[in-house]
Design a protein around this ligand. Sequence first.
Ligand code: FES
Length: 160
Amino acid sequence: MAGDLVINVNGKSHAVTAAPDTPLLYVLRNELGLHGPKYGCGLEQCGACMVLVGSEARNSCKLTVGEVGQAPVTTLEGLIENGELHPVQRAFIEEQAAQCGYCTGGMIIRATALLLQNPEPSDQKIRAALDGNLCRCGSHLRILRAVKRASELMWGDAQP
Ligand code: FES
């Protein structure tokens, strides 16, 4: 029944009024006011809507709020800690890795998931990981540099 769902987003529990088959993206944007995840295609083909579910990057346009259950969801907003941008966010700014910026949130989420799994990915691994995140402005080389810079900011010489 609508109203019975509780989801965990950015470290807080939220009661949700939407039906369980509602895409997570709609709940994040329309109920929780989190506009980091964007609606691009609605078909899991562009990556603009990406969020972390646990440490995994997922497209939130098809994933339903019922499927998420109690798994911790992190949006672009939730990467910020104590008012400090996440290293991946900082790296994207420092490399000016955007033109229109519509894809950037999804890119940052996917890059964060990649760097948690693989602290020092090769160019090939970065390209493969970001293959499902589309950028129409042609910022790909800057995005690649941003992910490498983020790796340094996150891990430096101390690889986990
Ligand atoms: Fe979800 Fe495009 S809006 S992948």
